[in-house]
Design a binder for this molecule. Sequence first.
Ligand SMILES: C[S@@+](CC[C@H](N)C(=O)[O-])C[C@H]1O[C@@H](n2cnc3c(N)ncnc32)[C@H](O)[C@@H]1O
Length: 264
Amino acid sequence: MSDLDPVARTARLTAALRARESERPDRLFTDVLAGTLAGQAARALAEQLGEVPAIAVRTRFFDDLLTEIANAEGGPRQFVLLAAGMDTRAQRLPFPAATTLYEVDRPELLRLKDALLAGVPEPACRRVAVSADLAGDWPRSLVQAGFRADLPTCWLVEGLTQYLQEANVIRLFDRITACSAPGSHLLAEFVAASLFRDPAARPMLDALAEQGAAWHYGTDEPQPLFAERGWQVQSVPYAEVGQAMGRWPQNGVTAGGHLAHATR
Ligand SMILES: C[S@@+](CC[C@H](N)C(=O)[O-])C[C@H]1O[C@@H](n2cnc3c(N)ncnc32)[C@H](O)[C@@H]1O
């Protein structure tokens, strides 16, 4: 599945799951580029996994919020997708033309994405790819790419925190906060801490670790991460959002957790 490191490779798997969702008659969104960005190997792996409702549910949840925030009068004009992976919201969502959307991820992932998107028309908004290590001094790379910390920003942290150690999650939120002018939004997604104690989740966690993409961080109470840094936050359990969308099984392993929207 290309020579990406195992964590970067998970971006192709989530793209494969979005491609599969896009083929459902009751799809929650349509991502026409996802199949190309995923590639054959990730699509085959997605078939083996069966139902993974969390990816479709979180994609639709954040699609709706990003669309609302981007089109609100006086709303932020800069958006930052941290660990953007194979995200195609720049192309899929109706961002106003005056929007700049920064996609931050590892250089090799962004290089592959660029190659796979060759020939695809430019999105209506301005998309800027920023190569950086999110455990390092990524705000510096973002500023060098044109990001303005004195203007409101809408951040998205999706499919990332579970791959980080807790200390790096804390540092990430400190850095996001330091770069967030008043009027900013922070959208984030977390897997449940209880998942790590759930015997039914063990085979999935072991398989991820074996592939070199171990999950380290989860939380059952994301509010303090935001509140301690001056954000007002609303967070909802995945299960609640998924059930409202008709996509959360009553039984079986689902990667539960929380979806959060914070403002300051
Ligand atoms: C599961 S994918 C999620 C991608 C995308 N947000 C989505 O939901 O489809 C995880 C992403 O995190 C990125 N990532 C993980 N650790 C990183 C780090 N330290 N620096 C930069 N990117 C990182 C990987 O390259 C990968 O694209």
